[in-house]
Design a binder for this molecule. Structure first.
Ligand code: TRH
Length: 380
C-alpha cells in the first residue's frame, strides 16, 4: 500500500439538515486518519448530528475520536487557529473568515495551504468536465480546487473504506439481526426503508399488504415514519411490529453509521436517500431504490435520471423500464401498486444488475485514496 507523507487536514462541515453532510465528512475523516495516516481535524457546527450517527461522540468542544480530532465549529471561530496544510470545505460550507485570512497569510509567507471544495455527488456528465477545476479567490488570491465525487474514472470516485467489500463478504447477517432483536419472517423479502416524507408510501404499503410474497420491512426511526403513520392512521412504535396481510412493519432504533451499513448488507432490498446511504447501498450489492434529496425546479429529477442512465446502461429494456418507472413513481408521488409487483418479479435480474454495477465501481480508486494522491501530487 502506497504510504502518503502525513499532513495536517482541516475538514469543515456545516450540517444543513439531515445526516448526509456529517455522514460523508465523518466517513472521509476516519478513512484519511486510519487508512492514510493523515492528521485530521474535523470542524462540525452541529455536534448533535454526529452524536446521532456515532453515539460515542461527546458533546464537547474538542475530542479525539477514531483517530480524528473532532472540534465543535462555534459561531465565533477561534482566530488563533493554526491553519492546516490541507483544507477541505465540504459542500461549499464557507470556511470561517478569520481562518480564510490566516490561509492568505500563509500564502503570503510562501506556504499556501491546499484548499479543496468537496462537492455533492452527482452522476451528471458535466461533473467529469468540472472535476479538479480550480478558481482563484478574489480577495486573497488563494486557489480553490473543486473535487467532484462520481461514478466514472474521470471523477473523484466514491467513498469506500479499504475493508468494506471484504467485511461485507464475511458478514454474519443472522448474528446482526439477533443483536437487533429482529426475527425475520419466514420466506419474506427483508426490506430496509430510509427515506424523506413521501406520500407515495401509501400505494407502496398497499402493494406490500397484498404482496404475493411476505414482506418484512425495517424502518429506522426517521422522517418516512410520519408518512407511514399518516397512511396507516396509526402511531408505529419501536418493538411493536405492525402486521397486515403479507406485510410486517418494524420500527427499529436509529443505528450507528457502521450498524446501518450492516443493515444494508442484511436486507434483500434497500430504500435509501440523500448521498451517503445511496452510495453505501451500492456497495451492499443488493437491489436499492433512491429517494433523492428534493431540489428546486426539479433539479433532483435530472440527477436521478442521470444516475439511472449510467446504472441501467446495457440492461435489458423491459427490466430497465421497470426500474426507471418504479424510481420515478417513488420520487414523483406516482402509483406504486402496479410498478412494485412488476419490478419484484424481476428480482433475480435486479440483484444481478446491482452486483455487476458495484463490481464495476469497485475497480475505481476510492475517493479517499484519490484525494490523498491528489494532495501528494499538488501540495509540496
Ligand atoms: O440524511 P440524508 O438525507 O442527508 C442529506 C444528503 O446528504 C443530501 O445530499 C444533502 O443535501 C442533505 O442531507 C442536506 O441522507 P444520507 O446522505 O444518506 O445520510 C444519512 C447518514 O445517516 C448516512 O451516513 C447513514 C447514517 N445513518 C445512520 O448512521 N444510522 C441510521 O439508522 C440511518 C438510517 C442512517
Amino acid at each position: 500500500m502506497h504510504a502518503h507523507p502525513s499532513k495536517s487536514w482541516d475538514i469543515f462541515c456545516r450540517v444543513i439538515d439531515n445526516f448526509g453532510d456529517i455522514g460523508v465528512c465523518w466517513r472521509l475523516a476516519r478513512q484519511l486518519a486510519n487508512e492514510h495516516q493523515q492528521q485530521v481535524r474535523l470542524w462540525v457546527d452541529d455536534l448533535n448530528a454526529l452524536i446521532r450517527i456515532w453515539p460515542s461522540t461527546q458533546n464537547m468542544e474538542q475530542q479525539l475520536l477514531e483517530g480524528v480530532e473532532v472540534r465543535h465549529w462555534p459561531t465565533n471561530f477561534p482566530t488563533d487557529t493554526e491553519v492546516a496544510q490541507i483544507v477541505i470545505e465540504a459542500f461549499a460550507c464557507d470556511i470561517p473568515d478569520s481562518y480564510l485570512q490566516a490561509m492568505a497569510a500563509c500564502k503570503g509567507a510562501g506556504s499556501a495551504p491546499l484548499w479543496i471544495n468537496l462537492e455533492y455527488l452527482s452522476a451528471e456528465t458535466w461533473v467529469e468536465d468540472c472535476h479538479a477545476m480550480t478558481s482563484v479567490h478574489p480577495s486573497t488570491g488563494l486557489r480553490k480546487t473543486f473535487f467532484f465525487p462520481g461514478f466514472s474514472a474521470k471523477t473523484g470516485g466514491l467513498l469506500r473504506e479499504r475493508h468494506l467489500i471484504s467485511d461485507r463478504d464475511k458478514f454474519n447477517k443472522c448474528l446482526f439481526l439477533e443483536q437487533l432483536d429482529i426475527t425475520q419472517q419466514d420466506d419474506s423479502l427483508l426490506i430496509s426503508l430510509f427515506a424523506y416524507e413521501n406520500p407515495a408510501i401509501d400505494s407502496l404499503l398497499s402493494a406490500w399488504i397484498n404482496s404475493p410474497k411476505p414482506i418484512h420491512c425495517l424502518v429506522p426511526q426517521g422522517k418516512i415514519l410520519t408518512s407511514i403513520n399518516e397512511a396507516l392512521g396509526i402511531e408505529l412504535r419501536p418493538n411493536t411490529p405492525f402486521d397486515q396481510g403479507k406485510l410486517r412493519l418494524e420500527v427499529i432504533p436509529f443505528l450507528t453509521q457502521t450498524q446501518y451499513d450492516q443493515l444494508l448488507w442484511s436486507c434483500d432490498i434497500n430504500f435509501v436517500r440523500g448521498e451517503d446511504s445511496f452510495v453505501q447501498a451500492q456497495w451492499a450489492a443488493k437491489p436499492f431504490v433512491w429517494h433523492i434529496y428534493p431540489q428546486e425546479e426539479e433539479a433532483h429529477i435530472v440527477k436521478l435520471e442521470a444516475f439511472l442512465d449510467k446504472f441501467l446502461a446495457g440492461q435489458e429494456s423491459n427490466f430497465a423500464a421497470k426500474v426507471r418507472d418504479f424510481w420515478r413513481n417513488w420520487n414523483e408521488n406516482g402509483d406504486l401498486s402496479n410498478s412494485w409487483p412488476l419490478l419484484t418479479e424481476l428480482y433475480p435480474r435486479w440483484q444481478q444488475s446491482v452486483a455487476d454495477w458495484q463490481r464495476e465501481l469497485s475497480r475505481q480508486t476510492d475517493l479517499g485514496a484519490q484525494l490523498t494522491a491528489f494532495v501528494d501530487n499538488t501540495h509540496r
